[in-house]
Design a protein around this ligand. Structure first.
Ligand SMILES: CC(C)(COP(=O)(O)OP(=O)(O)OC[C@H]1O[C@@H](n2cnc3c(N)ncnc32)[C@H](O)[C@@H]1OP(=O)(O)O)[C@@H](O)C(=O)NCCC(=O)NCCS
Length: 116
């Protein structure tokens, strides 16, 4: 039904790329927003990463929403970064740092109401 990958880990910089996709029939039910939470924990706590980043084609705004809801910050636009079905597509680049994730996790544990 769903899939994700933590692609190549760049050990020198303690960072990895995250990508994800979901079967069309179950889009829009909040699954991916929830699925990312344990993945972030795995990346920062178990893998010891400092940065997780992801990018998506600009024409897939849902992906950006999922990332934003999980604390990712938009870092820029990479022009014609991917070729999809023969067409070069611009993508939005997002990232979350370990310190951002820790701050938000602490905040959540203290009972504050967060949006992600
Ligand atoms: C992007 C994708 C992972 C979203 O998964 P999902 O489980 O449907 O997402 P959620 O239900 O958690 O939705 C998160 C938010 O995005 C919004 N959203 C989802 N699809 C959207 C779309 N096509 N356009 C605009 N907003 C969208 C939802 O309304 C929701 O916002 P809300 O919380 O304010 O209501 C899924 O649509 C997918 O697999 N797409 C194709 C592959 C892809 O683009 N992969 C990403 C590569 S990085």
């Amino acid at each position: 039904m769903w899939n994700y990958r933590s692609r190549d880990i760049e050990r020198e910089h303690s960072q990895a790329e995250l990508s994800f996709w979901l079967a069309v029939g179950v889009w829009g039910q909040g699954y991916m927003s929830e699925a990312l939470k344990p993945l972030l924990r795995f990346g920062f706590e178990d893998l010891g990463l400092n940065t997780l980043y992801a990018y998506h084609m600009i024409k897939n705004p849902g992906s950006g929403k999922v990332l934003q809801k999980n604390g990712f910050v938009q870092e820029g636009i990479l022009r014609q970064r991917v070729r999809k079905w023969g067409v070069f597509e611009d993508v939005k680049l997002w990232a979350i740092l370990r310190k951002d994730w820790q701050d938000e996790t602490t905040y959540t544990q203290n009972g504050y109401n967060l949006t992600f």
